[in-house]
Structure formats: structure tokens, C-alpha cells
Design a protein around this ligand. Structure first.
Ligand SMILES: [Zn+2]
Length: 162
């Protein structure tokens, strides 16, 4: 990368899309997994993704940032992301205007995360039911609505359905 290019990359604005900011340093790959950004490639969507890692941050010391040009991250995916990374902030950009979305720990999560219990009815190969979890906020746990299996917020990235 030529000199000066890196600075320009940090400051360049996108007109339409999403900026996920205040990601803990070097964790952008996990974020990209939780947000299922790989599906963008499968959709052959006309989007660009810029991942900045280990950027200086006033609040966190160091942080990662993900900029997604021409794609709005689903709010429900952003909420799941905040289970894992409570510091994250999400900005949606429409025609150059920024609106902040404050991700919130959801009460229930449907369809996006697999149950860790292999024998759960939501994991059966034939006619599986949609996985459903309740959040136990104080304990930082998800609880399967079918089999009561528990999943720590921190383990969520391993169980995101792709
Ligand atoms: Zn289950």
C-alpha cells in the first residue's frame, strides 16, 4: 500500500452502508462470522467490505472497524453481535447521512444460532424445528427453549448458523 493510502482508507466515508465500530482489537474476523458476511459473497452482491484492524481508539486503546459499502447489516444480527462484543456501535449510512443503531441484548433469538446439544429437536436432520433461545441476561447465557441447554454469550460465534 503506497504511503498516504492507509490514512485515506481510515477517513474515507461511505455514502450507503454500515460501519461497525468499537470492535475489540483483532476480533473483526469473529464479527464477520457473527454477521454472516460470507453470505454476501454467495449472493454475489455488489458490496465492498473494508476491515481495519488494530486502529488507535480513544476509548478502547485499540479497536477494529468494519465498513460495508452498499449493505445494511440486519439489526437482529447486530443485537446478537452485542452479546459477544458489548462495546460495538453500529452506524447505518443512507445517502451520506449517519444514523446510530444501538444494539440491544434481545429477549429471544430465533433461527440464527444452533443449539449446542446435538440431540436437541432443533438439530435433527429430518424436519428440524427452528432453534429458539431465551436470553438470561444476568448470567450472560442463552437457554434453548426446547432442551434447556445453556450457551454462554461468549460461545455464540461458534454456533452461528451460516
Ligand atoms: Zn436445544
Amino acid at each position: 500500500m503506497p504511503e498516504g493510502e492507509a490514512d485515506r482508507m481510515l477517513v474515507s466515508r461511505i455514502e450507503e452502508g454500515t460501519v461497525v465500530d468499537h470492535i475489540p482489537d483483532w476480533r473483526a474476523n469473529t464479527v464477520s462470522r457473527v454477521l454472516r458476511l460470507d453470505k454476501l459473497a454467495r449472493m454475489q452482491a455488489d458490496v465492498s467490505v473494508v476491515i481495519l484492524q488494530n486502529v488507535a481508539s480513544r476509548h478502547l486503546g485499540r479497536k477494529d472497524i468494519i465498513k460495508i459499502d452498499r449493505w445494511h447489516v440486519d439489526e437482529k444480527d447486530a443485537d446478537i453481535l452485542c452479546l459477544v462484543f458489548p462495546t460495538i456501535t453500529v452506524n447505518y449510512i443512507d445517502e451520506g447521512k449517519v444514523s446510530k443503531y444501538e444494539p440491544q441484548v434481545p429477549d429471544t433469538i430465533e433461527g440464527r444460532i444452533r443449539c449446542p446439544e446435538l440431540n436437541c429437536i432443533s438439530n435433527t436432520e429430518r424436519e428440524p424445528v427452528t432453534p429458539r433461545f431465551s436470553t438470561l441476561k444476568k448470567e450472560s447465557l442463552l437457554q434453548c427453549r426446547y432442551c434447556d441447554a445453556l450457551l454462554a454469550f461468549a460461545s455464540v460465534p461458534e454456533y452461528v448458523r451460516t
